[in-house]
Design a protein around this ligand. Structure first.
Ligand SMILES: Nc1ncnc2c1ncn2[C@@H]1O[C@H](COP(=O)(O)OP(=O)(O)O)[C@@H](O)[C@H]1O
Ligand SMILES: [Mg+2]
Length: 359
């Protein structure tokens, strides 16, 4: 099956599998004849498990208007409905825009476009732009503060040499100490000054290092369970940056869990392959997905919208830079971080594209 007028190498299957819309072909008994990758994601089943099964097998209920649906089959009209709710047999809920077209031999072509996905993408893009703007503002300010600080410190040192009174030297010492403190803060605001060194590495190697670092911390005894997909290919990454990015997230879980009184803290790290991931407007056919899940109290509601901004923290001793730095570092890999958090379960999801391009 080839679309000759486009390119010899583009097959229709290839095209369909690259769509972000789920496409399913049903026969008149609503038995699945075909499902593209996006549809396999919606139903969370592989093609083999979908083909030959009735739709009722996966969908417990839906707000589809079945009468109109049947009409479309009988009279060959296009049926479409927006924000249809689906409840799957495994308990998941989702909302989608659906169009159904009758095609050859009494077959139905069903297109499903998840509403959440659409909303999430525009929300994500907006948040990303805001975070970028905030980070840039902070970075710009940090640079402006850093430059004169060197001068102030130097002048205080010179002054100290001219002064021959212990009492006055104490003042110059204060100037020097406070300048150093500010320089330190500003350096942290500017983020780690790592020289990039990208190469093809296994993500699990990086994650294992993070686990070891966490395990070596004697202040807690929180267990980390790992569930890795060993078939994930090497990814073009910078090991130090990836390690720092994930460590910041895992450390937050450790910190929040070690403060919990009645619950045994647990952290889970899961890796999987994910297809057709949209990252800041671009669709990547193949990504590594790293989930870091803890059973802590969840992210404070008032932080949710600004979580990745620099200096946003709920901790007395926190500097609020961990997640902002993770975000920047994952950005260097063209990836993204998603968060899903409620009391008892917080999940950070990192997506890193797997392809041959230089980030
Ligand atoms: N796993 C988590 N569970 C609950 N809250 C979290 C978690 N991860 C991050 N947070 C919240 O996000 C805030 C910002 O985190 P971060 O940027 O690392 O800065 P810091 O750790 O210095 O506070 C934390 O202060 C905390 O309130
Ligand atoms: Mg932190």
């Amino acid at each position: 099956m080839k679309v000759e007028f486009m390119s010899e190498s583009i097959t229709t299957t290839n095209l369909l599998d690259n769509l972000s819309t789920a496409v399913v072909v049903l026969n008149s008994e609503l038995i699945v004849q075909y499902a593209n990758h996006a549809a396999q994601d919606v139903f969370e089943r592989s093609l083999n498990l979908l083909i030959g099964c009735s739709l009722n097998h996966f969908i417990a209920s839906s707000s589809l208007d079945f009468e109109r649906f049947q009409n479309s089959m009988e009279f060959g009209v296009v049926y479409s409905d927006s924000e249809v709710t689906f409840k799957f047999n495994d308990g998941r809920h989702t909302q989608a825009d659906v169009s159904i077209t009758s095609i050859l031999d009494n077959q139905l072509l069903v297109e499903i476009r998840l509403v959440e996905q659409q909303k999430k993408i525009s929300q994500e893009n907006r948040q990303w732009a805001q975070q970028q703007a905030a980070s840039e503002l902070v970075r710009g300010l940090a640079h402006e503060i850093k430059n004169p600080l060197g001068g102030i410190r130097g002048a205080a040192q010179l002054l100290a040499k001219q002064l021959h009174s212990d009492e006055l030297e104490e003042f110059t010492q204060v100037i020097i100490e406070q300048s150093d403190r500010l320089t330190n803060l500003v350096d942290r605001l500017l983020g780690p000054n790592l020289r990039p060194s990208f190469g093809w590495y296994n993500v699990h190697q990086v994650l294992e290092k993070v686990c070891t670092l966490v395990r070596l911390d004697p202040s807690h005894n929180i267990a980390i369970t790992r569930d890795y997909d060993p078939s994930i290919p090497d990814v073009y990454l910078d090991q130090d940056m990836m390690q720092q990015a994930t460590l910041n997230i895992v450390r937050n879980s450790v910190q929040v869990l070690s403060e919990q009184q009645n619950v045994v803290g647990k952290i889970q790290i899961i890796t999987r392959i994910e297809r057709q991931v949209i990252i800041h407007g671009a669709c990547f056919p193949l990504c590594v997905k790293i989930q870091i899940i803890d059973n802590g109290p969840g992210i404070p509601v008032e932080l949710k919208n600004t979580l990745f901004y620099p200096m946003v923290t709920s901790k007395k001793e926190g500097n609020g830079l961990g997640l902002s730095i993770s975000q920047t570092l994952i950005g260097h890999h063209r990836g993204k971080i998603e968060v899903d958090s409620w009391p008892g379960r917080t999940e950070f999801i990192l997506y890193i594209p797997i392809d041959k391009k230089d980030p």
